[in-house]
Design a protein around this ligand. Structure first.
Ligand SMILES: Nc1ncnc2c1ncn2[C@@H]1O[C@H](COP(=O)(O)OP(=O)(O)OP(=O)(O)O)[C@@H](O)[C@H]1O
Length: 339
């Protein structure tokens, strides 16, 4: 449904995107994930036609909508948009906001469609309300209905949940995902929050400095990261430098196959890599112990290594305790050290 091919973009001397490809299938939810400034919003704006394309091409349903020769304006792309700040029209009611893009329908049909969407988003009794009288979550639901009501081919969402508090955010994510899947629209959602991407995406495109670092199913990225950056982006980790010798890294955690025969490597160790050992294991000294309610957050010293562990097992240890632990090797990732 959306194909972005060989797109580069610069703002003066700042190279925001470097030869990016992105493909989104009908019904697919793709999350653009990455730290601030990696180029997510720029890519979204180019897909929408809000930014003039400098290099490469953008296709919608196989039709070129932007290339070096010119560009179809945003309103003719049949693309819905949802932004962080809701961007509802303040002088229009909920119903009028939802009906805004339905210009090819009669007034009566517009009202009908707006009412149907009002019901779908649980806002039936607010159709005559003005945006400023609604909560943030309600406004964002209206923005979603306004984007989906005209039956777009593609929906572009830029950090749509980041202005909302945590409980509301969770609920709205579920409502939004259900609506996107029901309508079968192709979606690109920009977020800097890895949990949100894991929760919403069929596919995650992890970006770094204007390039795609890794793309794939959420669990692929989590379980098989291609770089220390990709591994560390999902959740808190301990990062340790080590030396590979004869294809092996050997340290106080054990022996690991190295990604190179010899030279400096980085170990990324997820917090959930550690478990209490029932027998065997390595001895760890507890350097920090916090209960987070359901889980415990522990500082562990194993030999000369300081590590962070998170588990839900047994009573909370005391600082200074010595406990045997096992290390889950699937939660330890090794990469050649980046220079
Ligand atoms: N209008 C602009 N003028 C100049 N530089 C810009 C402009 N918009 C973005 N940039 C720069 O381009 C790069 C990519 O910005 P972009 O907003 O696409 O990143 P992002 O990943 O969406 O970041 P954020 O999550 O902070 O919005 C950044 O270095 C940013 O400072």
């Amino acid at each position: 449904m959306l194909s972005i091919e060989g797109v580069s973009h610069a703002y003066g001397a700042v190279q925001a995107l470097k030869t990016i490809d992105l493909h989104v299938a009908p019904g697919e939810v793709v999350c653009l994930l990455g730290p601030s400034g990696c180029g997510k919003s720029t890519l979204l704006r180019l897909a929408a036609g809000l930014e003039p394309l400098q290099q490469g091409q953008v296709k919608l349903a196989g039709q070129v909508v932007a290339d070096a020769r010119g560009s179809l304006p945003p309103e003719r792309r049949r693309v819905g948009m949802v932004f962080q700040d809701f961007a509802l029209f303040p002088h229009l009611t909920v119903s009028q906001n939802i009906a805004f893009g339905l210009t090819d329908l009669s007034k009566a049909d517009q009202q009908d469609r707006a009412r149907q969407w009002g019901e779908r988003i649980g806002m039936a009794e607010f159709l005559d309300a003005f945006p400023h009288t609604l909560s943030g979550g309600q406004q964002q639901r209206v923005a979603l209905a306004r984007a989906l009501a005209p039956g777009p081919r593609l929906v572009l969402m830029d950090e749509p949940f980041s202005g909302l508090d945590v409980t509301l955010r969770d609920r709205l994510r579920d409502t939004t995902l259900a609506l996107l899947k029901e309508t079968g629209v192709a979606t690109v959602l920009v977020t800097h929050d890895p949990d949100e991407a894991m929760r919403m995406a069929d596919r995650i495109v992890l970006m770094r400095s204007g390039q795609v670092e890794q793309a794939g199913a959420p669990l692929d990225l989590y379980d098989r990261p291609v770089s220390a950056f990709a591994a560390a982006f999902f959740g808190s980790v301990t990062q340790i430098d080590a030396q590979a010798r004869a294809g092996i890294v050997s340290n106080d955690l054990g022996r690991f196959d190295a990604p190179i025969m010899a030279g400096p490597v980085t170990l990324i160790i997820r917090q959930e890599a550690f478990h209490r050992a029932l027998d065997g294991g390595v001895m760890a000294v507890v350097t920090q112990a916090r209960s987070l309610g359901r889980e415990q957050l522990l500082g562990l010293r194993i030999g000369a290594l300081d590590l962070t562990a998170r588990w839900g097992e047994g009573r909370l240890p005391t600082v200074g305790d010595r406990i045997p632990v096992v290390v889950d090797r699937h939660r330890v990732h090794l990469f050649p050290k980046e220079t």
